[in-house]
Design a protein. Structure first.
Length: 194
């Protein structure tokens, strides 16, 4: 589907995606000057479950985008506006931007910059499922009362993971000792049954 991949941000997440994808795709990574120099000199070295070095094109500013380009936005969410502004004039009608970040609402920031010129996606369902099992009760209350109900308005299937979400909500409802959080989870569980 895509002929080119542009990775905006070469921190841990962006570097890993760039290195792995470069094995089979045309990948360009946008990074800070010192990191670009290191990538040009030594490649991107991945150490973990597997260890390898990937040769990937590295630049300090986004190049003109060709048709059929996938953009992976891997910056910190508070850098989204600047990152999106750096590519907005180069977007093609078929450009897809995927926000691969920690934090909430990063895609909304990008949408305010790019408008209808690109499709902006995010792995929201997977992230919320992870957060629902591991975050504190105050944050779960926010997710159950605000974020998830809004997300369901836009995507009732919750990224095709509605049943997994319902299971996570029921489990958290059983585990919490906080009455307010238990009540919020109970309301959300009922909403998910409909």
């Amino acid at each position: 589907m895509f002929d080119h991949i542009l990775v905006l941000g070469a921190g841990a997440i962006g570097s890993l995606y760039a290195a792995k994808l470069a094995a089979r795709h045309d990948v360009t990574v946008v990074a800070r000057p010192d990191h670009v120099a290191a990538i040009e000199r030594e490649g991107l070295r991945v150490i973990g479950r597997e260890t390898f070095t990937s040769r990937v094109r590295a630049v300090t500013a986004a190049p003109p985008l060709a048709p059929r380009t996938l953009v992976l936005l891997t910056t910190k969410v508070n850098d989204n506006r600047t990152a999106a502004a750096g590519i907005v004039d180069a977007l093609c009608s078929d450009t897809v931007i995927v926000c691969v970040q920690n934090g909430l609402h990063g895609e909304d920031i990008v949408k305010t910059v790019v408008g209808p010129r690109a499709i902006v996606l995010r792995r929201t369902a997977d992230e919320v499922l992870r957060e629902f099992s591991s975050y504190n009760d105050a944050y779960i209350w926010y997710l159950a009362t605000t974020y998830i109900p809004l997300a369901l308005e836009f995507d009732p299937s919750f990224g095709c993971k509605r049943e997994r979400l319902a299971q996570a909500v029921r489990l958290r409802m059983e585990q919490t000792g906080e009455a307010k959080v238990k009540a919020a989870c109970e309301r959300l569980a009922k909403q998910l049954q409909n």
